[in-house]
Design a protein around this ligand. Structure first.
Ligand code: HEM
Length: 455
Protein backbone atom coordinates (compact mmCIF):
# COMPACT_ATOMS: atom_id res chain seq x y z
CA UNK A 1 0.00 0.00 0.00
CA UNK A 2 1.71 3.26 -1.13
CA UNK A 3 2.46 5.63 1.75
CA UNK A 4 2.02 9.38 1.67
CA UNK A 5 5.25 11.32 1.55
CA UNK A 6 5.55 14.94 2.77
CA UNK A 7 5.60 17.37 -0.17
CA UNK A 8 7.62 20.59 -0.24
CA UNK A 9 6.25 23.17 -2.67
CA UNK A 10 8.08 26.32 -1.56
CA UNK A 11 7.13 29.96 -2.11
CA UNK A 12 7.73 30.18 -5.86
CA UNK A 13 4.52 28.95 -7.53
CA UNK A 14 6.07 28.93 -11.01
CA UNK A 15 9.24 27.12 -10.07
CA UNK A 16 8.71 24.91 -7.02
CA UNK A 17 12.14 23.92 -5.88
CA UNK A 18 13.69 27.32 -6.77
CA UNK A 19 14.97 27.56 -3.20
CA UNK A 20 16.56 24.15 -3.52
CA UNK A 21 18.23 25.07 -6.80
CA UNK A 22 19.66 28.26 -5.31
CA UNK A 23 21.52 26.45 -2.54
CA UNK A 24 20.94 22.69 -2.21
CA UNK A 25 23.55 22.50 0.58
CA UNK A 26 21.80 24.88 3.02
CA UNK A 27 18.33 23.96 1.82
CA UNK A 28 18.66 20.26 2.60
CA UNK A 29 20.38 20.82 5.95
CA UNK A 30 17.55 23.09 7.08
CA UNK A 31 14.53 21.44 5.49
CA UNK A 32 15.44 17.88 6.45
CA UNK A 33 15.13 18.96 10.08
CA UNK A 34 11.80 20.72 9.44
CA UNK A 35 10.09 18.32 7.04
CA UNK A 36 11.66 14.93 7.72
CA UNK A 37 14.14 12.47 6.33
CA UNK A 38 12.26 11.58 3.11
CA UNK A 39 10.18 14.18 1.23
CA UNK A 40 9.19 15.02 -2.30
CA UNK A 41 9.65 18.28 -4.17
CA UNK A 42 8.12 18.92 -7.61
CA UNK A 43 10.79 20.34 -9.91
CA UNK A 44 9.89 21.35 -13.49
CA UNK A 45 8.59 18.10 -15.04
CA UNK A 46 10.21 15.88 -12.41
CA UNK A 47 9.82 14.84 -8.81
CA UNK A 48 12.84 15.05 -6.55
CA UNK A 49 12.90 12.77 -3.49
CA UNK A 50 15.22 14.37 -0.95
CA UNK A 51 16.45 11.97 1.68
CA UNK A 52 18.70 11.47 4.69
CA UNK A 53 16.97 8.25 5.70
CA UNK A 54 19.48 5.39 6.11
CA UNK A 55 17.07 2.73 4.84
CA UNK A 56 16.35 4.73 1.68
CA UNK A 57 20.07 5.40 1.12
CA UNK A 58 21.00 1.73 1.61
CA UNK A 59 18.20 0.70 -0.76
CA UNK A 60 19.33 3.05 -3.55
CA UNK A 61 23.11 2.73 -3.21
CA UNK A 62 23.41 -0.90 -2.14
CA UNK A 63 20.44 -3.28 -2.06
CA UNK A 64 18.73 -2.23 -5.27
CA UNK A 65 21.62 -0.28 -6.83
CA UNK A 66 21.36 -2.18 -10.12
CA UNK A 67 18.04 -0.44 -10.71
CA UNK A 68 19.64 3.02 -10.47
CA UNK A 69 21.81 5.16 -12.66
CA UNK A 70 23.38 8.52 -11.90
CA UNK A 71 21.16 11.59 -12.16
CA UNK A 72 21.13 13.70 -15.37
CA UNK A 73 23.53 16.31 -13.91
CA UNK A 74 26.40 13.80 -14.34
CA UNK A 75 25.71 13.50 -18.06
CA UNK A 76 27.04 17.02 -18.75
CA UNK A 77 30.37 15.91 -17.31
CA UNK A 78 30.73 13.38 -20.12
CA UNK A 79 31.54 16.21 -22.52
CA UNK A 80 34.86 16.62 -20.68
CA UNK A 81 35.68 13.34 -18.99
CA UNK A 82 34.05 10.98 -21.54
CA UNK A 83 32.87 7.64 -20.14
CA UNK A 84 35.27 7.18 -17.23
CA UNK A 85 34.32 5.68 -13.88
CA UNK A 86 32.37 8.69 -12.62
CA UNK A 87 30.07 8.90 -15.67
CA UNK A 88 29.78 5.32 -16.99
CA UNK A 89 26.99 2.88 -16.19
CA UNK A 90 26.03 -0.81 -16.22
CA UNK A 91 28.32 -3.54 -17.54
CA UNK A 92 30.89 -1.10 -18.98
CA UNK A 93 31.25 0.60 -15.57
CA UNK A 94 31.62 -2.80 -13.82
CA UNK A 95 34.37 -3.87 -16.20
CA UNK A 96 36.23 -0.55 -15.89
CA UNK A 97 35.95 -0.59 -12.09
CA UNK A 98 37.58 -4.06 -12.06
CA UNK A 99 40.41 -2.75 -14.26
CA UNK A 100 41.05 0.48 -12.32
CA UNK A 101 40.61 -0.88 -8.77
CA UNK A 102 44.06 -2.58 -8.48
CA UNK A 103 45.76 0.80 -9.00
CA UNK A 104 44.33 1.82 -5.61
CA UNK A 105 45.17 -1.33 -3.64
CA UNK A 106 46.94 -0.56 -0.38
CA UNK A 107 50.22 -2.04 -1.67
CA UNK A 108 50.23 0.45 -4.58
CA UNK A 109 49.40 3.37 -2.32
CA UNK A 110 52.80 3.14 -0.70
CA UNK A 111 54.47 3.69 -4.09
CA UNK A 112 52.11 6.55 -4.90
CA UNK A 113 52.87 8.09 -1.53
CA UNK A 114 56.54 8.53 -2.53
CA UNK A 115 55.58 10.69 -5.54
CA UNK A 116 53.05 12.56 -3.43
CA UNK A 117 55.62 13.29 -0.79
CA UNK A 118 58.22 14.65 -3.28
CA UNK A 119 55.70 17.11 -4.70
CA UNK A 120 54.38 18.09 -1.25
CA UNK A 121 57.92 18.88 -0.05
CA UNK A 122 58.60 21.12 -3.06
CA UNK A 123 55.23 22.80 -2.74
CA UNK A 124 55.80 23.65 0.94
CA UNK A 125 59.22 25.19 0.11
CA UNK A 126 57.58 27.36 -2.60
CA UNK A 127 54.78 28.38 -0.25
CA UNK A 128 57.42 29.61 2.21
CA UNK A 129 58.85 31.91 -0.47
CA UNK A 130 55.36 33.24 -1.25
CA UNK A 131 54.54 33.65 2.43
CA UNK A 132 57.77 35.55 3.05
CA UNK A 133 56.73 38.04 0.35
CA UNK A 134 54.07 39.10 2.86
CA UNK A 135 50.90 39.53 0.74
CA UNK A 136 47.77 37.57 1.80
CA UNK A 137 47.19 34.36 -0.15
CA UNK A 138 44.00 32.69 -1.31
CA UNK A 139 44.51 29.30 0.33
CA UNK A 140 41.62 27.76 -1.66
CA UNK A 141 43.56 28.50 -4.86
CA UNK A 142 46.79 27.33 -3.27
CA UNK A 143 45.25 23.99 -2.27
CA UNK A 144 43.94 23.46 -5.82
CA UNK A 145 47.45 23.98 -7.14
CA UNK A 146 49.04 21.65 -4.59
CA UNK A 147 46.57 18.80 -5.16
CA UNK A 148 46.61 19.23 -8.97
CA UNK A 149 50.41 18.88 -8.90
CA UNK A 150 50.16 15.79 -6.69
CA UNK A 151 47.58 14.05 -8.84
CA UNK A 152 49.53 14.80 -12.04
CA UNK A 153 52.71 13.43 -10.51
CA UNK A 154 51.05 10.23 -9.27
CA UNK A 155 49.05 9.84 -12.51
CA UNK A 156 51.61 10.71 -15.21
CA UNK A 157 54.90 11.24 -13.29
CA UNK A 158 54.95 14.77 -14.68
CA UNK A 159 56.29 17.78 -12.84
CA UNK A 160 56.63 19.99 -15.95
CA UNK A 161 55.08 23.23 -14.76
CA UNK A 162 54.08 24.49 -18.24
CA UNK A 163 52.07 21.30 -18.90
CA UNK A 164 50.60 21.32 -15.42
CA UNK A 165 49.50 24.94 -15.70
CA UNK A 166 47.82 24.32 -19.06
CA UNK A 167 46.03 21.17 -17.82
CA UNK A 168 44.94 22.96 -14.71
CA UNK A 169 43.63 25.96 -16.68
CA UNK A 170 41.69 23.68 -19.03
CA UNK A 171 40.12 21.80 -16.12
CA UNK A 172 39.01 25.04 -14.46
CA UNK A 173 37.64 26.62 -17.67
CA UNK A 174 35.88 23.40 -18.69
CA UNK A 175 34.30 23.07 -15.31
CA UNK A 176 32.97 26.65 -15.48
CA UNK A 177 31.53 25.90 -18.91
CA UNK A 178 29.85 22.65 -17.80
CA UNK A 179 28.39 24.25 -14.66
CA UNK A 180 27.05 27.07 -16.88
CA UNK A 181 25.34 24.47 -19.13
CA UNK A 182 23.88 22.58 -16.14
CA UNK A 183 22.60 25.61 -14.23
CA UNK A 184 21.37 27.55 -17.29
CA UNK A 185 20.42 24.92 -19.89
CA UNK A 186 18.29 27.49 -21.79
CA UNK A 187 21.49 29.39 -22.67
CA UNK A 188 23.19 26.37 -24.28
CA UNK A 189 22.29 27.42 -27.88
CA UNK A 190 24.12 30.76 -27.34
CA UNK A 191 27.33 28.96 -26.37
CA UNK A 192 27.50 27.66 -29.96
CA UNK A 193 27.32 31.25 -31.26
CA UNK A 194 29.45 33.18 -28.76
CA UNK A 195 32.54 30.97 -29.06
CA UNK A 196 32.26 29.34 -25.60
CA UNK A 197 31.59 25.88 -27.02
CA UNK A 198 34.34 26.21 -29.65
CA UNK A 199 36.88 27.19 -26.98
CA UNK A 200 35.79 24.25 -24.83
CA UNK A 201 36.23 21.83 -27.77
CA UNK A 202 39.67 23.29 -28.56
CA UNK A 203 40.78 22.86 -24.94
CA UNK A 204 39.55 19.27 -24.78
CA UNK A 205 41.34 18.51 -28.08
CA UNK A 206 44.61 19.80 -26.54
CA UNK A 207 44.06 17.58 -23.51
CA UNK A 208 43.30 14.55 -25.69
CA UNK A 209 46.37 14.94 -27.84
CA UNK A 210 48.56 15.46 -24.74
CA UNK A 211 47.26 12.29 -23.11
CA UNK A 212 47.32 10.16 -26.27
CA UNK A 213 50.99 11.13 -26.77
CA UNK A 214 51.75 10.17 -23.15
CA UNK A 215 50.00 6.81 -23.63
CA UNK A 216 51.97 6.08 -26.80
CA UNK A 217 55.30 7.01 -25.20
CA UNK A 218 54.47 4.90 -22.17
CA UNK A 219 53.56 1.85 -24.30
CA UNK A 220 57.06 2.09 -25.85
CA UNK A 221 58.92 2.78 -22.61
CA UNK A 222 61.07 -0.22 -21.57
CA UNK A 223 61.32 1.14 -18.00
CA UNK A 224 57.98 2.77 -17.26
CA UNK A 225 57.59 4.64 -13.95
CA UNK A 226 55.32 3.02 -11.36
CA UNK A 227 52.51 5.57 -11.62
CA UNK A 228 48.74 5.34 -12.12
CA UNK A 229 49.02 5.53 -15.92
CA UNK A 230 51.34 2.50 -16.05
CA UNK A 231 49.00 0.63 -13.72
CA UNK A 232 46.00 1.41 -15.92
CA UNK A 233 47.95 0.43 -19.06
CA UNK A 234 49.02 -2.95 -17.69
CA UNK A 235 45.75 -3.82 -15.94
CA UNK A 236 43.96 -6.80 -17.55
CA UNK A 237 40.50 -8.26 -16.98
CA UNK A 238 40.94 -11.43 -14.89
CA UNK A 239 38.39 -13.40 -16.93
CA UNK A 240 39.02 -12.22 -20.48
CA UNK A 241 42.64 -11.02 -20.27
CA UNK A 242 41.55 -7.85 -22.07
CA UNK A 243 43.26 -4.48 -21.41
CA UNK A 244 41.78 -0.98 -21.86
CA UNK A 245 41.60 0.73 -25.26
CA UNK A 246 43.42 4.07 -25.67
CA UNK A 247 40.08 5.89 -25.55
CA UNK A 248 39.09 4.17 -22.27
CA UNK A 249 42.56 4.94 -20.85
CA UNK A 250 42.18 8.60 -21.80
CA UNK A 251 38.74 8.81 -20.18
CA UNK A 252 39.90 7.14 -16.95
CA UNK A 253 43.01 9.33 -16.75
CA UNK A 254 41.01 12.57 -17.20
CA UNK A 255 38.42 11.27 -14.71
CA UNK A 256 41.05 10.58 -12.06
CA UNK A 257 42.60 14.00 -12.62
CA UNK A 258 39.23 15.77 -12.37
CA UNK A 259 37.81 13.70 -9.48
CA UNK A 260 41.12 13.51 -7.67
CA UNK A 261 42.22 17.05 -6.97
CA UNK A 262 39.37 19.50 -6.44
CA UNK A 263 37.71 17.31 -3.80
CA UNK A 264 40.82 17.06 -1.62
CA UNK A 265 41.64 20.72 -2.28
CA UNK A 266 38.26 21.95 -1.04
CA UNK A 267 38.47 19.76 2.08
CA UNK A 268 41.91 21.22 2.85
CA UNK A 269 40.68 24.79 2.27
CA UNK A 270 37.83 24.26 4.73
CA UNK A 271 40.31 22.69 7.16
CA UNK A 272 42.59 25.76 7.11
CA UNK A 273 39.66 28.08 7.66
CA UNK A 274 38.18 26.02 10.52
CA UNK A 275 41.61 25.71 12.14
CA UNK A 276 42.13 29.48 11.96
CA UNK A 277 39.00 29.73 14.17
CA UNK A 278 40.11 27.00 16.61
CA UNK A 279 43.65 27.63 17.94
CA UNK A 280 43.16 24.91 20.58
CA UNK A 281 42.80 22.29 17.83
CA UNK A 282 45.92 23.65 16.08
CA UNK A 283 47.83 23.28 19.35
CA UNK A 284 46.79 19.65 19.71
CA UNK A 285 47.62 18.93 16.08
CA UNK A 286 51.09 20.40 16.49
CA UNK A 287 51.80 18.31 19.59
CA UNK A 288 50.83 15.16 17.70
CA UNK A 289 52.89 16.04 14.62
CA UNK A 290 55.85 16.95 16.80
CA UNK A 291 55.64 13.63 18.69
CA UNK A 292 55.15 11.45 15.59
CA UNK A 293 57.28 13.08 12.88
CA UNK A 294 59.25 15.87 14.54
CA UNK A 295 61.00 17.95 11.86
CA UNK A 296 61.40 15.27 9.20
CA UNK A 297 59.15 14.58 6.21
CA UNK A 298 56.22 12.36 7.32
CA UNK A 299 56.66 8.79 6.07
CA UNK A 300 53.98 6.32 4.93
CA UNK A 301 54.17 4.46 8.26
CA UNK A 302 53.72 7.70 10.22
CA UNK A 303 50.28 8.31 8.76
CA UNK A 304 48.44 5.76 10.85
CA UNK A 305 50.00 7.25 13.97
CA UNK A 306 48.68 10.72 13.10
CA UNK A 307 45.29 9.77 14.49
CA UNK A 308 44.20 13.22 15.71
CA UNK A 309 45.16 14.71 12.32
CA UNK A 310 42.84 12.11 10.77
CA UNK A 311 40.04 13.00 13.23
CA UNK A 312 40.36 16.66 12.22
CA UNK A 313 40.12 15.79 8.52
CA UNK A 314 37.08 13.59 9.12
CA UNK A 315 35.37 16.35 11.09
CA UNK A 316 36.11 18.90 8.33
CA UNK A 317 34.50 16.60 5.75
CA UNK A 318 31.53 16.05 8.06
CA UNK A 319 30.68 19.76 8.14
CA UNK A 320 31.78 20.52 4.57
CA UNK A 321 31.64 17.32 2.51
CA UNK A 322 33.32 18.11 -0.85
CA UNK A 323 30.80 15.84 -2.62
CA UNK A 324 27.82 17.15 -0.67
CA UNK A 325 25.11 15.07 -2.38
CA UNK A 326 24.52 12.04 -4.57
CA UNK A 327 21.70 11.87 -7.15
CA UNK A 328 20.23 8.69 -8.64
CA UNK A 329 17.44 7.96 -11.13
CA UNK A 330 15.62 4.58 -11.26
CA UNK A 331 15.77 2.52 -14.47
CA UNK A 332 12.42 0.89 -13.67
CA UNK A 333 9.72 2.26 -11.36
CA UNK A 334 10.64 1.48 -7.76
CA UNK A 335 8.96 1.53 -4.38
CA UNK A 336 10.84 2.65 -1.27
CA UNK A 337 9.23 2.57 2.20
CA UNK A 338 5.91 2.33 0.41
CA UNK A 339 6.58 5.40 -1.81
CA UNK A 340 6.47 4.92 -5.60
CA UNK A 341 9.51 6.40 -7.40
CA UNK A 342 8.74 6.98 -11.11
CA UNK A 343 11.43 6.50 -13.76
CA UNK A 344 11.92 10.25 -14.22
CA UNK A 345 12.15 10.83 -10.44
CA UNK A 346 15.46 11.69 -8.81
CA UNK A 347 16.49 10.42 -5.40
CA UNK A 348 18.66 13.17 -3.93
CA UNK A 349 20.78 11.91 -1.04
CA UNK A 350 22.03 14.88 0.96
CA UNK A 351 25.32 13.78 2.50
CA UNK A 352 25.61 17.26 4.04
CA UNK A 353 22.29 16.95 5.91
CA UNK A 354 22.95 13.34 6.98
CA UNK A 355 26.24 14.37 8.50
CA UNK A 356 24.61 17.14 10.58
CA UNK A 357 21.67 15.10 11.78
CA UNK A 358 21.35 15.79 15.56
CA UNK A 359 20.26 12.18 16.08
CA UNK A 360 23.85 11.08 15.56
CA UNK A 361 26.12 14.01 16.44
CA UNK A 362 26.64 15.55 19.84
CA UNK A 363 27.34 19.00 18.38
CA UNK A 364 25.94 18.79 14.83
CA UNK A 365 26.92 22.27 13.61
CA UNK A 366 30.16 22.77 15.54
CA UNK A 367 33.70 21.89 14.56
CA UNK A 368 34.36 19.19 17.14
CA UNK A 369 36.98 16.55 16.15
CA UNK A 370 36.02 14.53 19.26
CA UNK A 371 33.06 13.28 17.17
CA UNK A 372 35.63 10.89 15.71
CA UNK A 373 37.08 9.51 18.94
CA UNK A 374 37.25 5.74 18.46
CA UNK A 375 34.81 5.10 21.34
CA UNK A 376 32.23 7.60 20.08
CA UNK A 377 32.55 6.33 16.51
CA UNK A 378 31.72 2.77 17.50
CA UNK A 379 28.29 3.85 18.73
CA UNK A 380 27.25 5.55 15.49
CA UNK A 381 25.48 3.82 12.58
CA UNK A 382 27.80 3.52 9.55
CA UNK A 383 25.51 5.49 7.25
CA UNK A 384 25.62 8.59 9.48
CA UNK A 385 28.95 9.50 7.87
CA UNK A 386 29.62 8.95 4.16
CA UNK A 387 31.78 11.68 2.56
CA UNK A 388 33.01 9.12 0.01
CA UNK A 389 29.55 7.73 -0.81
CA UNK A 390 28.48 4.11 -0.23
CA UNK A 391 27.91 0.84 -2.07
CA UNK A 392 29.70 -0.42 -5.19
CA UNK A 393 30.09 3.12 -6.59
CA UNK A 394 31.84 4.42 -3.53
CA UNK A 395 34.85 6.66 -4.21
CA UNK A 396 37.76 4.64 -5.59
CA UNK A 397 40.29 7.24 -4.39
CA UNK A 398 39.25 7.43 -0.70
CA UNK A 399 42.49 6.03 0.75
CA UNK A 400 44.55 8.07 -1.71
CA UNK A 401 42.68 11.24 -0.66
CA UNK A 402 42.97 10.59 3.08
CA UNK A 403 46.70 9.94 2.78
CA UNK A 404 47.20 13.09 0.69
CA UNK A 405 45.20 15.28 3.07
CA UNK A 406 46.97 13.92 6.16
CA UNK A 407 50.37 14.57 4.57
CA UNK A 408 49.55 18.10 3.40
CA UNK A 409 47.69 19.16 6.52
CA UNK A 410 50.48 17.92 8.80
CA UNK A 411 53.07 19.86 6.79
CA UNK A 412 50.98 23.03 6.54
CA UNK A 413 50.16 23.12 10.25
CA UNK A 414 53.74 22.38 11.26
CA UNK A 415 55.32 24.95 8.91
CA UNK A 416 52.90 27.89 8.93
CA UNK A 417 50.59 30.05 10.99
CA UNK A 418 47.37 30.89 9.14
CA UNK A 419 45.16 33.84 9.95
CA UNK A 420 42.00 34.77 8.07
CA UNK A 421 42.20 38.27 6.55
CA UNK A 422 39.94 40.51 8.67
CA UNK A 423 36.49 40.97 7.11
CA UNK A 424 36.99 38.26 4.47
CA UNK A 425 33.67 36.54 3.74
CA UNK A 426 33.67 32.75 3.92
CA UNK A 427 30.63 31.05 2.39
CA UNK A 428 30.06 27.62 0.88
CA UNK A 429 29.08 27.47 -2.80
CA UNK A 430 27.60 24.13 -3.83
CA UNK A 431 28.62 23.57 -7.48
CA UNK A 432 30.21 20.28 -8.55
CA UNK A 433 32.06 20.33 -5.22
CA UNK A 434 31.34 22.41 -2.13
CA UNK A 435 33.79 25.27 -2.63
CA UNK A 436 34.36 28.42 -0.56
CA UNK A 437 32.63 30.99 -2.79
CA UNK A 438 35.06 33.86 -2.23
CA UNK A 439 38.13 31.71 -1.61
CA UNK A 440 39.92 31.71 1.77
CA UNK A 441 42.15 34.80 1.97
CA UNK A 442 44.77 34.31 4.66
CA UNK A 443 47.88 35.86 6.11
CA UNK A 444 50.43 33.09 6.04
CA UNK A 445 53.56 33.20 8.19
CA UNK A 446 56.25 30.54 8.43
CA UNK A 447 56.29 29.29 12.03
CA UNK A 448 59.23 30.37 14.14
CA UNK A 449 61.37 27.28 14.85
CA UNK A 450 63.50 26.86 17.96
CA UNK A 451 67.22 27.27 17.23
CA UNK A 452 68.79 24.10 15.82
CA UNK A 453 65.57 22.73 14.21
CA UNK A 454 65.68 21.76 10.51
CA UNK A 455 64.60 24.45 8.03
C1 HEM B 1 38.31 14.43 -0.21
C2 HEM B 1 38.41 13.79 -1.34
C3 HEM B 1 37.30 13.07 -2.07
C4 HEM B 1 35.94 13.03 -1.82
C5 HEM B 1 35.18 13.72 -0.70
C6 HEM B 1 35.36 12.18 -2.84
C7 HEM B 1 34.00 11.88 -2.90
C8 HEM B 1 33.44 10.99 -3.80
C9 HEM B 1 32.06 10.56 -3.78
C10 HEM B 1 30.99 11.03 -2.79
C11 HEM B 1 31.89 9.66 -4.80
C12 HEM B 1 30.61 8.90 -5.14
C13 HEM B 1 29.76 9.63 -6.15
C14 HEM B 1 28.46 8.88 -6.47
O1 HEM B 1 28.20 7.79 -5.93
O2 HEM B 1 27.70 9.42 -7.26
C15 HEM B 1 33.17 9.55 -5.48
C16 HEM B 1 33.40 8.76 -6.58
C17 HEM B 1 34.61 8.71 -7.23
N1 HEM B 1 35.80 9.30 -6.85
FE1 HEM B 1 36.12 10.42 -5.20
N2 HEM B 1 36.34 11.74 -3.67
C18 HEM B 1 37.54 12.24 -3.24
C19 HEM B 1 38.79 12.03 -3.80
C20 HEM B 1 39.04 11.26 -4.90
C21 HEM B 1 40.35 10.99 -5.44
C22 HEM B 1 41.67 11.48 -4.85
C23 HEM B 1 40.16 10.24 -6.58
C24 HEM B 1 41.17 9.69 -7.53
C25 HEM B 1 42.46 9.86 -7.52
C26 HEM B 1 38.72 10.03 -6.73
C27 HEM B 1 38.12 9.34 -7.74
C28 HEM B 1 36.78 8.98 -7.76
C29 HEM B 1 36.19 8.15 -8.82
C30 HEM B 1 36.90 7.59 -10.05
C31 HEM B 1 34.82 7.97 -8.49
C32 HEM B 1 33.79 7.16 -9.24
C33 HEM B 1 33.78 5.74 -8.71
C34 HEM B 1 32.80 4.82 -9.42
O3 HEM B 1 31.67 5.22 -9.71
O4 HEM B 1 33.19 3.66 -9.63
N3 HEM B 1 38.09 10.66 -5.68
N4 HEM B 1 34.10 10.34 -4.84
Amino acid sequence: MPTNIPVFKGKNRFLPGAEFLKNPFEFTIQRSQEIGDFYMMPFLNRKIYVTTNHEVVAHVLQKNQKNYRKSPAYRQLRLAVGTGLVTSEGEFWRQQRRLVQPAFYKTQLEDLFRGMSTVAGKYIAELKTKANAGAPLDMAKEMMEATARIVLKTLFSTEDTADINEMYRIMMDSQDYLVHRTVKPYLIPFTYINGMHRKFKRDIAWFDSYIFKLIEARRNDPNPPNDLLTMLLTSKDEDTGQAMSDRALRDEAVTLFAAGHETSATALSWALWLLSQHPDVVQRLRSEIDAVVGDKMPGFEDLRKLSYTMQVIQEVMRLYPPGFAIGRQPLAEDEILGVKIPTNGIVFISIAAMQRDPKYWERPNDFYPEHFNAEVEKERPKMAYMPFGAGPRMCIGNHFALMEMQLLLALLVREFDFELVAGHRVEPEPLITLKPKYGIMMRVQPTVKPAGALA
